[in-house]
Design a protein around this ligand. Structure first.
Ligand code: NAD
Ligand code: MG
Length: 392
């Protein structure tokens, strides 16, 4: 039976990134279902202009007046309104004509617009895991109060969402199994890890992603951030979550039930699958992803994570256990230390050292507001920059 749909109007915040371009790819396969209402970018203005020519959004958001000038000249008279700055991202996220917000900005820069979309009761497709890490309580409260539909795009959380019972409370669930590929440095010794270059760290074996999350995957910080993300999304404690190394990235996560059943969601490592799931939920649509083949040998192996060689996972567990503003501190210092590693200013193993030092220096406070969290974020960044300068 063919059903008629009214096209959903989608705002893609962070459209020039890895998740953003994959979202536009899925949308372009279903022009009858989705309209691109707005897109946003940061540095890659030429890509933003070419996306505008192809998808004809009503609005484009850029960070500053200089980017606006360059974009307008590249658009060459195309009928689209260009908006500037973080407040414009918030206005788009809340815009009455927007049905769906894809939150695909990287880092805590995506926080305000994610909370705005939740508070406006949108369908929020949350790729920006950092906003849950920094302000999980505020984001979940805002979504609940406004009746927003929050669908996780992170592949693991999307898998868990698919494997959990549809109704709350999650009856009969024993634990959640959060899978991790282990990244490209999984089998290196501690001394080999000290000498790792940025190029080695971002060469992920299974997924093609932005640079920051690729380094986080190599350090297992990504799994740590995802553990915090899962606690907020599914109302879990860290002790409810088992991290499992699964190098093939075929199983995207699992749910263990009291009766002995384990439900897993599998698929090719292609973010278009969770993106298509979020866009069309509760329906299923073609995503463009290759289908898994079972007529040839498919190896699935599992292992335990090593918190000694990869201390960032332990730091995230500790941050969540301490609670309050500590996850925000960890997220901020990690953004600085990862960037500093990518700039070849510190070594790979220094990422965890700097993060741990700043967590100890800052301590934890009770969460009060987004403003307070953004201030803590700035303080932690400043301390991390200082610690890196002293070390160099
Ligand atoms: P990316 O670096 O490829 O893209 C980031 C996007 O954010 C770009 O559009 C960029 O222009 C924009 N941006 C960067 N800094 C900004 C700022 N200060 N203000 C406004 N916009 C800014 O990153 P990505 O890999 O697409 O990841 C995006 C988010 O999705 C991250 O939170 C990441 O953890 C999450 N995620 C990504 C993947 C993946 O496969 N790439 C998987 C799971 C979760
Ligand atoms: Mg993930």
């Amino acid at each position: 039976m063919i059903t008629q749909h009214e096209a959903r109007s989608v705002a893609i915040l962070g459209s020039t990134g890895s998740i953003g371009t994959n979202t536009l790819d899925v949308i372009s396969r279903h022009p009858e279902r989705f309209n691109v209402f707005a897109i946003s970018g940061y540095r890659n203005i030429s890509l933003l202009a070419s996306q505008a020519r192809q998808h004809r959004p009503r609005f484009i958001v850029v960070p500053d007046a200089d980017s606006e000038r360059r974009l307008v000249s590249e658009l060459d008279g195309l009928a689209v309104e260009v908006l500037v700055g973080e407040q414009a991202l918030v206005e788009i996220a809340e815009h009455p004509e927007v049905d769906v917000v894809m939150a695909a900005i990287v880092g805590s820069a995506g926080l305000r617009s994610s909370i705005a979309a939740a508070g406006a009761g949108k369908r929020l497709l949350l790729a920006n895991k950092e906003s849950l890490v920094v302000a999980g309580h505020l984001l979940m409260d805002a979504a609940r109060a406004a009746g927003a539909v929050l669908l996780p795009i992170d592949s693991e959380h999307n898998a868990i969402f698919q494997c959990l019972p549809a109704t709350l409370p999650h009856q009969g669930v024993q634990s959640v199994l959060l899978t991790a590929s282990g990244g490209p440095l999984r089998s290196l010794s501690l001394s080999e890890l000290e000498a790792v270059t940025p190029a080695q760290a971002i060469a992920h074996p299974n997924w093609s992603m932005g640079q920051k999350i690729s380094v986080d995957s190599a350090s297992l910080m990504n799994k740590g951030l995802e553990l915090i993300e899962a606690c907020w999304l599914f109302d879990l404690k860290p002790s409810d979550i088992e991290v499992v190394i699964h190098p093939q990235s075929v199983i995207h996560s699992m749910v263990r039930y009291r009766d002995g059943s384990v439900l897993a969601q599998m698929g090719a490592p292609d973010m278009r699958t969770p993106i298509a799931y979020g866009l069309a939920w509760p329906e299923r649509i073609d995503s463009g992803s290759a289908h898994l083949a079972f007529d040839q040998s498919l190896q699935l192996t599992f292992d335990k994570p090593d918190r000694v060689r990869f201390p960032c996972l332990r730091l995230a567990e500790e941050a969540m256990a301490q609670g309050g503003t500590m996850p925000a501190v960890l997220n901020a210092t990690n953004e600085v230390s990862v960037q500093s590693f990518l700039n070849a200013c510190i070594g790979f193993t220094d990422i965890a050292h700097i993060n741990e030092r700043i967590m100890e220096r800052m301590g934890s406070e009770a969460v009060e507001s987004v403003e307070q969290l953004m201030e803590i974020d700035q303080q932690a960044r400043a301390l991390a920059v200082q610690a890196i300068a002293e070390q160099g």
